[in-house]
Design a binder for this molecule. Structure first.
Ligand code: GLU
Length: 426
C-alpha cells in the first residue's frame, strides 16, 4: 500500500491542535492580528463526524468512525489528505487541517486546508473490507467533496489505490467522471506524473537550499532519515543521488545504521520484497529509534511519526539541519531547545509541501484535460519550493525568528490579507 508517511503515535506533551496553536500565537503577535481575525483563523469552518457501517466478510456489521475537517476555504477550495489509523481523532485531524491551510499559503497555491481521518487499523482488514470503508466514507461525504469545494488526497495508509476508489465513488454519485475531485490518483486515471515522489523531492530541494545557506557540501554531508514510507524513502534516494551519504534509516520495525552509508535503492528493493518493511535488513547495524534520532549527522529528516522530537531528546539532537518530512514531528515545547542549539529547522509546512504542490498540478491538469511531462512537473515544483524557501527565510530574518515562525507568519499573513479583502458576509 502506498503511503505518504507511517502511522503516528500520540505521546506528546501537547495535543496536535495545541502544538499548532502555540506557533500560531507567536505568529499572531508578530503580525499584530486583529482579535476578530485571530478568532476567525483559529476556528475550523466545518468539522464533520460520520459513521461508516460495513458488512464484514463474515456477515457481521462493524461501525467505523470517519472525520473530515475543513479548516479554511478563504484562499480557495480546501485541500488535504485522508489518514487511516486506529488512533486518529478530532483534535489531530483539526490540527492537520489547519496545517494544510498554512502550508498551501506558504507555497502560495490557491487552496485552503482540510484533513480527513478514518479510525481503523487497515492491516487487519481484507482488501474488500478496506474498499468498502473508503467507498462508504466517500459516499457519506459526497456533499462535502467537490473539485471546487474540498479536494482530498493520500495521507497515512492511503495511496493511489484508495484515491482511485474515491474518484469512482464520487463520480458514481454525481453521475459523471470527475477526476479533479481527488489528487494522488494512479497516473492512468488522471493522476500526475511525479506526484508519488513529490513530497520526498520537495524535501530534497529545500534540504539542498538550506545546505547552501550553511555552506555545507552535499557530497561531504551525512543524512539520517526516520521513516521509510513514501516520503522518507524518496527523500533518502533523491539526496543520495545528490551525493549525500545516508547513514541511518528506520521504519516501524526499527532503525538501521551504517557509518559508511546505506545504498537506498538496495534498501528499497529489500523492503519491496519484505512486506514493505526493513525487518532483517543486514547491510546496516540495528539500533533503536531513539538512538537514530540522536546520531551525529548534518541533516536529520523526521519523515515518519508526529511528536518525535520533544524536550527530553531535543537536547541530544546532533544535526545541523532538521528537515520535517512528516507533519508535526517536533513538539512546540522542543522548538526553543533546537533554536538554542543553533539547529536550522525547515518546518513541516514548508518542508513537506511538495506533495500538495504536485496535487495542485494534478488538479490543474485534470481541469484542463491536458497533461504535463514529468520534467515540467519537477521543474515547476522546484521553482515553487525554492521561491517558498526564500520567502520563508526572508520573513524569518526580518522578524529575527526561526524558519518555523517565518513560515507561520508568511502563511497566516497571506490568509489574513485575503480574508480582509473578502470581508465578512452577512
Ligand atoms: N497528505 C499530504 C500532506 O499532508 C498531501 C495533501 C494533498 O496533496 O492534498 O501534505
Amino acid at each position: 500500500m502506498a503511503q505518504d508517511a507511517q502511522a503516528p503515535v500520540m505521546t506528546g506533551d501537547d495535543k496536535p491542535f495545541e502544538s499548532m496553536m502555540r506557533r500560531f500565537d507567536i505568529a499572531a503577535d508578530i503580525l499584530e492580528l486583529d482579535p476578530g481575525i485571530y478568532e476567525y483563523l483559529k476556528t475550523p469552518e466545518k468539522q464533520v463526524i460520520i459513521s461508516i457501517p460495513i458488512a464484514m466478510d463474515d456477515g457481521s456489521i462493524q461501525v467505523f468512525k470517519g472525520y473530515r475537517v475543513i479548516h479554511s476555504t478563504v484562499r480557495g477550495p480546501s485541500k488535504g489528505g485522508i489518514r487511516v489509523t486506529n488512533i486518529v481523532n478530532l483534535n489531530e485531524v483539526t490540527a492537520l487541517a489547519a496545517w494544510m491551510t498554512w502550508k498551501c499559503a506558504v507555497v502560495n497555491i490557491p487552496f485552503g486546508g482540510a484533513k480527513g481521518g478514518i479510525k481503523c487499523d487497515p492491516s487487519r482488514l481484507t482488501e474488500t473490507q478496506y474498499e468498502k470503508i473508503i467507498r462508504r466514507y466517500t459516499a457519506n461525504l459526497s456533499e462535502i467533496f467537490g473539485p471546487d469545494k474540498d479536494v482530498p488526497a493520500p495521507d497515512v495508509n492511503t495511496g493511489e489505490r484508495e484515491m482511485g476508489w474515491l474518484m469512482d465513488t464520487y463520480s458514481m454519485h454525481v453521475r459523471r467522471t470527475e477526476t479533479a475531485v481527488v489528487t494522488g490518483k494512479p497516473v492512468i486515471m488522471g493522476g500526475s506524473l511525479g506526484r508519488r515522489e513529490a513530497t520526498g523531492r520537495g524535501v530534497m530541494i529545500v534540504t539542498l537550499a538550506a545546505m547552501r545557506k550553511l555552506n555545507l557540501d552535499p557530497k561531504q554531508s551525512t543524512v539520517v532519515v526516520q521513516g521509510f514510507g513514501n516520503v522518507g524513502s524518496a527523500a533518502a534516494g533523491l539526496l543520495q543521488a545528490q551525493g549525500c551519504k545516508i547513514i541511518g534509516i528506520s521504519d516501524v520495525t526499527g532503525a538501521y545504521y551504517n557509518k559508511k552509508g546505506i545504498d537506498i535503492s538496495d534498501a528499497m528493493a529489500f523492503a519491496a520484497k519484505n512486506k514493505r518493511t526493513l525487518a532483517g535488513y543486514t547491510h546496516a547495524e540495528k539500533i533503536t529509534n531513539a538512538e537514530l534520532l540522536e546520531l551525529e549527522c548534518d541533516v536529520l529528516i523526521p519523515a515518519a511519526l508526529e511528536d518525535q522530537i520533544k524536550p527530553h531528546n531535543a537536547k541530544n539532537i546532533n544535526a545541523k539541519i532538521i528537515c520535517e518530512g512528516a507533519n508535526g514531528p517536533t513538539s512546540a515545547l522542543a522548538d526553543p531547545i533546537l533554536q538554542e542549539k543553533g539547529i536550522m529547522v525547515i518546518p513541516d509546512i514548508l518542508a513537506n509541501a511538495g506533495g500538495v504542490t504536485v496535487s495542485y498540478f494534478e488538479w490543474v491538469q485534470d481541469r484542463m484535460g491536458f497533461f504535463w511531462t514529468e520534467k515540467e512537473v519537477n521543474e515547476r515544483l522546484e521553482r515553487i519550493m525554492l521561491e517558498s524557501f526564500e520567502a520563508v527565510y526572508n520573513t524569518a530574518m526580518v522578524h529575527k525568528q526561526p524558519l518555523r515562525i517565518g513560515a507561520y507568519v508568511l502563511g497566516i499573513d497571506r490568509v489574513a490579507q485575503v480574508l480582509k479583502l473578502r470581508g465578512i458576509y452577512a
